[in-house]
Design a protein around this ligand. Sequence first.
Ligand SMILES: O=C(O)CCC(=O)C(=O)O
Ligand SMILES: [Fe+2]
Length: 225
Amino acid sequence: MTAVRKAGAASPVRRQIGDTVSRRLEANPAIKRAKIDVAQIYQHPDFLDAGQCQALIRMIDANRRPSTLLSTNADAQFRTSESCDMDRWSPDVRPTDEKIAELLGVDPSTGETMQGQRYAPGQHFRAHHDYFHVGESYYDKVVEAGGQRTWTAMIYLNDVPEGGATWFPQAGMRVAPKRGLLLAWNNMNPDGSPNVATLHEGMPVVKGTKYIVTKWFREASWLRG
Ligand SMILES: O=C(O)CCC(=O)C(=O)O
Ligand SMILES: [Fe+2]
């Protein structure tokens, strides 16, 4: 018997991905692993430079619309930010898109379309898991295209004067937005089962505007054809 609550089954494929990605990140001198045992969370303090961040912010401002959720039973106050798809073939997006896959050492085709997100004061993204929950209405459909989500990589595109931290309440970790900082974590346990301790929240922005891009990776190819 184990006291650890499991949110889904173990998986040899996801165990392998967790293993190779974490080893690659740990071998990278620019990367720091958070000193916590319950989840694999990493930071790269200056993954993008100011110009790259600015170009992405401009695209988010030009394309933003109210953010959506996969779950049909969540309330409207759950995710109040604005977001947009970042076209992976656009010359302002492609180098960053490919650089993230290269950093993690995963096939770019396993990455979903990068999401740009913008939070004005008071806007937030309540505590959630990035992995898919078995039994949710969306489950069969999303799993058909690439399977479960494995790693998340997020980049803060600007400094935020107050608020807007990413908080992992179960892992006991809070990351303040900082321009160019990449945060990456394994949504799975080492055995490839979903890790409940990766619960995280985009805390309300108090002053300023928060811009980020998020990349969610799947266990198999998400891109078709
Ligand atoms: O805004 C944040 O800090 C968190 C964003 C997030 O959780 C996500 O994009 O999945
Ligand atoms: Fe998330």
